[in-house]
Design a protein around this ligand. Structure first.
Ligand code: CO
Length: 134
């Protein structure tokens, strides 16, 4: 069902500092900051030869990553994103196997402008999983 690893998301308190670490220390190709008020985050995408890293900094009052950063004050891996060819077919197949889809279960337009869904970490080895329609 799942295909390529689209990205690994890393939640951080200071996205400028995190971007500098990836750009200057690790020598990676980093993009500019993008505010995503609908998702409660500011993002920076880092392009690696085989996948991407998505840096996430909280934006606004009710950021979905605020609690994560309370528990992980140094930041940390927040989710992994796998590509699927048909997100509704993937959702239905996973639900039929008992997996829980977060929110109302309907795909939302994610940071890349493509439909995404999140799966409950308790059903996937303690890892928050994002599915993105490729
Ligand atoms: Co993501």
């Amino acid at each position: 069902m799942i295909g390529r690893l689209n990205h690994v998301a890393v939640a951080v308190r200071d996205i400028a500092k995190a971007t500098a670490i990836y750009r200057d220390t690790l020598g990676a190709e980093v993009a500019g900051q993008v505010a995503q008020p609908a998702h409660g985050v500011t993002t920076v995408f880092i392009t690696l030869p085989n996948t991407k890293i998505e840096l996430l900094e909280p934006l606004g009052e009710n950021s979905p990553i605020a609690k994560f950063l309370e528990r992980n004050p140094d930041g940390g891996i927040h989710h992994v994103c796998y590509e699927v060819p048909d997100i509704r077919a993937a959702r239905d197949a996973l639900k039929a196997q008992g997996a829980r889809v977060l929110g109302d279960g309907e795909p939302k337009i994610g940071a890349h402008g493509k439909p995404v869904l999140f799966l409950h970490p308790k059903d996937f080895c303690g890892t928050l999983v994002e599915l993105e329609q490729a």
